[in-house]
Design a protein around this ligand. Sequence first.
Ligand SMILES: Nc1ncnc2c1ncn2[C@@H]1O[C@H](COP(=O)(O)OP(=O)(O)OP(=O)(O)O)[C@@H](O)[C@H]1O
Ligand SMILES: [Mg+2]
Length: 308
Amino acid sequence: MVTGLLAGYNATVLAYGQTGSGKTHTMGTAHQPGGATEGVIPRVIAALFAGIAGLPDGDSISLRVAFIEIHREEIRDLLVGGESHVTIRDAPGHAGGVVLVGVKELEVRTVAQMAAALADGSLARATAATGMNHRSSRSHAIFTIHVERRGADSADVTRAKMHLVDLAGSERAKRTKAEGQRLKEGIQINKGLLALGNVISALGDDKRRHAGGHVPYRDSKLTRLLQDSLGGNSRTVMVACISPADANLDETLSTLKYANRARNITNKPTLNLSANASEEVAKLRRALAASRAEVEHLRASGGTASPT
Ligand SMILES: Nc1ncnc2c1ncn2[C@@H]1O[C@H](COP(=O)(O)OP(=O)(O)OP(=O)(O)O)[C@@H](O)[C@H]1O
Ligand SMILES: [Mg+2]
C-alpha cells in the first residue's frame, strides 16, 4: 500500500472491533516516543521513508500530515491546541471525494517529524477509563498522510493520501459500566459505528449495489470522511480486532460478521495524476495558436470568423 501511495494511489487502513480488543495497540495511535510496541502507523512511516529513499534521483516528494478525531460527531484537529473549526466539503471536480476545510496540514521532511506529529496528536486524543479498558479511545482518530510526487523527466504530478483510522470501540453500556458523560459518548460512538455498518452493508450487498441502491454516507461524519475509502477511490484494508476471552463471544461474532460483510466491498482505485501547470499552459498556447491561424485563414479567404 505504501508503494502504491508513492505511485499515486490512495490507501486506507481501518481498525475495527469491540472496546479493549487492541485497535489502538494495532494502529499505534497510543504511540509514544521510545515506546516498546510498533503499530501500523509507525511501520507505515518507516516504509514510506524507505520507499522515498529508493526513488529515482530527481523525483521530488512533498509530505503533509493531518491528524483529527471525531468525538461526539465533532471534528477536532489533534495537531492544533484548543478550539478548531474543521468542516467536511465535497472535493471540487472529483466525484465522491471529500476535503477537510480548516484542518492543519503539517509539512514534514523526516521520519522524526512525522513520528512527532503522531505522538503529539495521540496525546491530545480523547481517552478515558471505562470498565473494560483503562485507556479507552472515546473518539475515532484519523491520521492522514498526503504525498505529492513530481518526476524529474515527466511533467506529471501524482497526489495521493493514506488514511490510518483507529475507530472507537463498539461497546455495551452494561459491560463498560458507563454512566453520565461516558454513557452519552458511548451512544454517539455506537451511532457512528452503526452508520459505518450501514454503509458497509449497502456496499457489500451485491443485489443492492447492482440496483444502484442508496449508500448512506451522509449519516455520520465518519462515513462522510471515509466515503472514498469505502467503495471508492482507495485501496482499503480493514483489520478486525477480536478478544480471545469466551466472555466476549457475542461481540467477537458480531465483529467477524461485520468484517465478513466488508469483504464484499469492491473499490475502484485509480491513479491520481494531475497534469503539470506548465504542460497545461503549453496545451492552451497550442490551441490559441491554432485558433489564430484559423482566423487568419478565414480573413484571407474573405469570410468572417465566428465569435468565440
Ligand atoms: N496484541 C496485543 N499484545 C499486547 N497487548 C495488547 C494487544 N492488544 C491490546 N493490548 C493491550 O490491551 C489494552 C487495550 O487495547 P487497546 O487500547 O488497543 O484497545 P482498543 O481496541 O483501542 O479499545 P477502545 O475501543 O476502548 O479504544 C491495552 O493496554 C493494550 O496495550
Ligand atoms: Mg482504542
